[in-house]
Ligand binder design. Structure first.
Ligand code: Q0N
Length: 291
């Protein structure tokens, strides 16, 4: 791991795969959430970073918080942050985090597909036979998972297990909000040529006991974005953002063996630039703004 950034007036608290958290000196009710330019693929953090990725995803998340404001309050306090993290950090309300990864799926793929092929269910919910990779559900499913420490994988959780963690009323509220966030996301993104196959959101509870949407929302890091014009159930769909990275890593040109356990080689400049352009394209298509 690389050492976290030194930010004047803040103390480093925690680093995830791609985001870092800081505490403002002298206050315990807020956090600074900093998005890095790091990119992961095949469970590795790749080298080099993607220029502006942290800023693009932070701005996209802020835009989505506004689109969702009538559904759920969010943790954003201010975007007035120190110069060295300008554009890629937000000051947020420090919340009591809900100990559940709230996942919703609008399409069958990934871990949901694996469970379905094994036993015909997704998150314990029985589904009709004959579904294929990439098929759309009538409405998003709530498929929560455990919050695993960095380096470990989240484990699927039944709805009953969520009830056991937070109680029935809170569990139902989490399910309703999570599925509505993805449904709203797809109403908006679908008009702009992007499908959001699934998403992971995090909630906290404020001092009054109300659920608040935290972390980042409906970004390509927290969600699977697919190009709508290439959607074709029956096989794995191309990733909107990471397709060039995956294609290059799996090509003979990279010389990398995915099964070796070795870290992947450094990405070539053109793959980095084309990937940066995909993040910017997602931002610009969704928001209608220029990055
Ligand atoms: C938050 N993490 C790290 C310890 C750290 N608004 C918030 N308030 C409080 N906490 C968080 C947010 C946000 N966003 C904390 N990520 C977000 C998560 N844990 C993981 C386990 O180790």
């Amino acid at each position: 791991m690389t050492t976290p950034l030194e930010i004047p007036g803040f103390t480093h608290l925690y680093s995830g795969k791609v985001r870092d958290l800081y505490v403002p000196d002298g206050r315990d009710d807020q956090l600074l959430l900093v998005a890095s330019d790091r990119i992961s693929a095949f469970d590795f953090i790749l080298d080099p970073p993607i220029p502006d990725k942290g800023a693009v995803l932070t701005q996209l998340s802020l835009w989505w918080f506004d689109q969702l404001a009538d559904l759920v309050p969010n943790h954003v306090v201010s975007t007035d942050v120190p110069d060295i993290v300008a554009g890629r950090a937000v000051l947020v309300q420090r919340l009591e985090m809900v100990p559940v990864e709230c996942v919703a799926r609008a399409y069958l793929t990934g871990g949901g597909l694996r469970e379905y092929l094994a036993d015909g269910t997704v998150s314990g919910l029985a589904l009709p036979e004959g579904l294929r990779d990439g098929d759309r559900f009538d409405a998003p499913l709530f498929t929560p998972s455990t919050k695993a420490p960095v380096g470990e994988h989240d484990e699927p959780m039944s709805f009953e297990a969520v009830v056991g963690e937070v109680g029935a009323e809170r569990a139902e509220e989490l399910r309703d909000l999570t599925t509505r966030i993805l449904a709203r996301g797809n109403e908006i993104a679908g008009e702009r040529g992007i499908l959001i196959a699934d998403t992971k959101v995090e909630f906290g509870v404020d001092a009054g006991g109300a659920l608040v949407l935290a972390d980042e929302v409906l970004t390509p890091d927290s969600s699977r974005f697919w190009p709508a014009d290439q959607w074709e159930p029956g096989h794995p769909q191309p990733s909107f953002d990471k397709e060039f990275v995956r294609e290059w890593l799996l090509s003979a040109e990279s010389g990398w063996d995915k099964t070796s356990g070795d870290a992947p080689p450094a990405l070539p400049a053109d793959v980095v630039e084309r990937t940066r352009a995909k993040y910017v394209e997602a931002y610009e298509r969704l928001t209608g703004r220029t990055f």
